[in-house]
Write a protein that binds this ligand. Structure first.
Ligand code: G3P
Length: 215
């Protein structure tokens, strides 16, 4: 399972990229807004220069023709890397189908059920993003939904890649991998939590102290 970084923050992307562990980036309007960035195109160009992989950029239009126009403008930033995120609506399905015909990859976002994921795949989405944490937040089982989608896609040879999104903690990443997600997109905070273990920290201190006794 690959790891993507779920952020629009350049400093965070530089940090995670330097570790050599991320293979793509996902943004959304809330994450971009948090950065206060005026020029989305420039931001996407910068992200593409830092990470060699799919970079998800979301459209805000709500009608399919407008979605396609907005998507084509974003994709023009870098046809190899930009993936267009569309929130799962009937208009978005239509746009996904049109964009596939134009060679533009799409990522169906705000996916909360297996039927929604099946529709996105049928429309030609390259990626679907089930929101694990937001399902947990309302008392559902996000990982169970993810596992259901993975089982269906595997059983029927569906090539759409599953991105486990709305990841809250390292155990979500582990469970997403076990449930069959192809990718987990994680905030930097979760990536940092994945790295840490108190026995690693104390073990390093112990090794240093023991080595120092030799001198
Ligand atoms: O980028 C989509 C998703 O990962 C958002 O997560 O934490 O806002 O539910 P969150």
């Amino acid at each position: 399972m690959q790891l993507f970084l779920d952020t629009a923050n350049i400093v965070e992307i530089e940090k995670a990229a330097s570790w050599g562990v991320i293979r793509g980036v996902t943004t959304n309007p809330s994450l971009v807004s948090r950065e206060g960035v005026g020029d989305f195109t420039s931001l996407l160009q910068r992200i593409c220069s830092l990470v060699d992989g799919p970079i998800s950029a979301e459209v805000l239009a709500e009608e399919s023709d407008a979605m396609v126009q907005e998507a084509l403008a974003l994709a023009a930033v870098n046809m190899e890397q930009i993936v267009i995120k569309l929130p799962l609506t009937a208009e978005a399905l239509q746009a996904m189908h049109i964009l596939k015909g134009k060679g533009v990859r799409t990522n169906a976002t705000l996916v909360f059920s297996a039927p929604q994921a099946m529709l996105a795949a049928a429309a030609g989405a390259s990626f679907v993003s089930p929101f694990v944490g937001r399902l947990d937040d309302i008392g559902h089982n996000g990982i169970a939904t993810l596992g259901e989608i993975a089982e269906i896609f595997s059983l029927h040879g569906i090539e759409t890649k599953i991105i486990a999104a709305s990841i809250r903690h390292p155990q979500h990443v582990v469970e997403a991998a076990k449930a069959g997600a192809h990718i987990a997109t994680v905030p930097l905070r979760v990536l940092q939590q994945m790295l840490l273990h108190p026995l690693t920290t104390s073990g390093i201190i112990q090794f240093q102290q023991d080595w120092a006794k030799l001198k």
